[in-house]
Design a protein around this ligand. Sequence first.
Ligand SMILES: Cc1cc2nc3c(=O)[nH]c(=O)nc-3n(C[C@H](O)[C@H](O)[C@H](O)COP(=O)(O)OP(=O)(O)OC[C@H]3O[C@@H](n4cnc5c(N)ncnc54)[C@H](O)[C@@H]3O)c2cc1C
Length: 405
Amino acid sequence: MPAVHVLPSADQPSAASMGGSGVGYRLTEDQLMLRDAVRLLADERIAPRAAEIDRTASFPWDVKDLLATHDVLGLPFPVEYGGVGGDLLAVCLAIEAISRACATSGLILAVQELGALPLLIAGSDDQKHRWFPDLAAGRTLIAFALTEAEAGSDAAAVRTRAVREGDDWIIEGTKRFISQGDVADLVAVFAATGSANQRHRNLSCFIVEKGMPGFRSPRVEHKMGIRGSTTAELAFDRVRVPAENLVGEEGEGFSIAMQTLDRSRPGIAAQAVGIAQGALEAATRYARERRQFGRPIGEFQLIQGMLADMDAATEGARQLLYKACTEIEAGSPDAARWSAMCKLVAGDAAMRVTTDAVQVLGGYGYIDEFPVERMMRDAKITQLYEGTQQIQRLVVARSLLGGPD
Ligand SMILES: Cc1cc2nc3c(=O)[nH]c(=O)nc-3n(C[C@H](O)[C@H](O)[C@H](O)COP(=O)(O)OP(=O)(O)OC[C@H]3O[C@@H](n4cnc5c(N)ncnc54)[C@H](O)[C@@H]3O)c2cc1C
């Protein structure tokens, strides 16, 4: 019998690539209660609104208020600043439960977390005291503005500039595709403060407040899915921002943005898992009720095969997501890989599961009398934002092979 290697050697995979630090997860009583409570809230109060939110493509302020009233928007914020102090898994459980009913509504919590993460990661105590209590209570909303027309996947190519003038910074430029940018009270804006050849030391992060002269949202996009989540262009016409609104140090912006995405991508994976679960349940219900050839279509093995694959894909994505949350929360040095992997797998699962759900419903899947066509349109965005699936693969491959940042 060949010897079993017990000592790591240079050509063996690292612990990270073999399943992480060994940190396991099991949902705690509190997490289970949270998941069930949010699911009930979503079933009773959000699901009945989902089709209308999609049809009218307007931001659902009533759902925002509902999530605020039930402290769901407080989950990402520390208790000392008025938040609930939920960990990453708790936030993702809530996003998943809401997205199962309505992906637009799940994104309200995901974006509140995304926008606040630069402050959570690099904000001063003063900044947290100043902004977190209102954000945690859902009295205010915050957005995250990195993307520009010429800076999508290549985030370091940002052209919006911030120039120091006395005690202030003057911001000039335009951001594109900013979720909830037009309805937010605060926006974490990434602007160039150095020179282009500094690349990853070129950006800084600022909090721009609604009402600051020169800051406006000239347009909102017309979209395929998540139609109630407004996607805004933001214009900064010499916006004067006080120095105390700089988040972290000058030049730290790119690093803050990347650390933010490492923690926020699981939220998009959670949205994807929620969408897939919603579609699976709708298709299963339909397969029980719809009769063709004198019996329920669920009795046909080809339909059963599709449902089984949908269930396995959804559950597989969910387990990877929960594991990734646990690894990231435990401070894994491989956080970027876990975060990218769970979004990659969950986004692809959501796309496939929702497409198959439409197939299970046949022609009825294609019309808006049933929710699966909306879910299929909503699923697509999870393969695109917070880094496309191609970018997630690059992140995972870089973790395996090494390479430039
Ligand atoms: C609805 C919506 C909401 C959004 N919300 C926000 C938000 O709140 N804040 C924010 O800052 N941004 C937001 N975005 C922007 C989003 O993150 C970007 O659209 C995304 O990162 C891709 O950038 P891009 O659209 O410019 O595509 P591009 O970068 O132009 O990519 C085009 C294609 O090329 C591929 N590609 C690019 N580079 C590589 C490479 N190196 N290797 C292989 N393939 C590559 C991509 O995968 C893609 O298939 C949002 C976008 C949408 C559509």
